[in-house]
Design a protein around this ligand. Structure first.
Ligand SMILES: [Fe+2]
Length: 275
């Protein structure tokens, strides 16, 4: 009898703990680079894995937090629109945040699964979102000339043959190698580091891993993440590589059935300044 009660009690305690620690937190990183002009700095907000948030209260809190942080640009590297939940949750959040800063988006696996790939860029475009689907834009933000690109998710239906995604990753942005601008890539998948190493970007922004669901700060940075498995090496955080810096957001998602333990949903704020 005692054993029968143990599992429900454990699940209940975990859900209760997760519910008490589900408020959104702000994670700050600083990156120094010679690509930023002297005296200038760029403040980027990263919002990933919204998954068409169902709760209006949580969407309001997220919008208020972004307003308060005064970013120069908001990057959304995928899974903003969910494939199962109604799209309204994404539209409502975008309506609340449009006007805070320019919004840039790239596709995640859930947008790719949605069978709505033709309409999602139109939906996001209504709120002024720049959809970067294997494309890039040159823009100057806060006095910093940047080139911002977005790479499609490997689950995009156009990648029906093996190696299609890697081929695009290696070719679409190759001309940016000559650019003097700060080069930023939005790409949903954190585990594709081997591909980013060969791409001409200074900063890569990803999501998807949801922080590995369970963390023990200082001991365990994530228990499990999709496409990385147990003890994921890129569950969330800032990772320095020889040619680029990789920031993996733990995302803003919140599912009661998939509790996050010691792993609060987060908005990432990155200050990019002159070294
Ligand atoms: Fe994802």
């Amino acid at each position: 009898m005692k054993r029968k009660l143990l599992l429900p009690a454990l699940v209940g305690c975990t859900a209760a703990y997760a519910a008490c620690h589900s408020g959104i937190t702000v994670r700050q990183y600083t990156i120094k680079t010679s690509r930023v002009p002297k005296g200038k700095a760029l403040r980027l907000a990263v919002v990933s894995d919204l998954h068409s948030e169902l709760s209006q209260k949580r969407r309001e809190a997220l919008a208020a937090l972004l307003q308060q942080e005064h970013p120069d640009l908001i990057a959304m590297p995928g899974d903003i629109v969910d494939d199962i939940r109604p799209q309204y949750g994404a539209a409502d959040l975008l309506q609340r945040v449009q006007g805070i800063a320019p919004l840039y988006f790239s596709l995640g696996n859930h947008e790719c699964r949605s069978q709505q790939l033709a309409t999602i860029p139109r939906l996001l475009g209504r709120y002024g979102v720049h959809c970067l689907c294997n494309s890039w834009e040159e823009v100057t933000v806060a006095g910093v000339p940047i080139c911002i690109g977005g790479l499609n998710d490997p689950e995009h239906p156009s990648y029906q043959f093996a190696g299609g995604w890697l081929h695009d990753a290696q070719t679409v942005f190759s001309s940016l190698e000559q650019s003097d601008r700060l080069r930023i890539l939005l790409s949903h998948r954190p585990e594709k580091v081997f591909a980013y190493r060969a791409m001409p970007f200074d900063l890569v922004l990803s999501g998807h891993a949801h922080g590995g669901q369970v963390r023990i700060p200082g001991l365990l940075n994530g228990l499990y993440a999709p496409n990385q498995g147990l003890l994921p090496p890129y569950a969330g955080g800032m990772y320095r590589h020889p040619t680029f810096t990789h920031v993996v957001s733990r995302g803003v998602s919140h599912y009661m059935l998939l509790p996050r333990v010691c792993n609060r949903p987060e908005v990432v704020i990155i200050t990019v300044c002159r070294e």
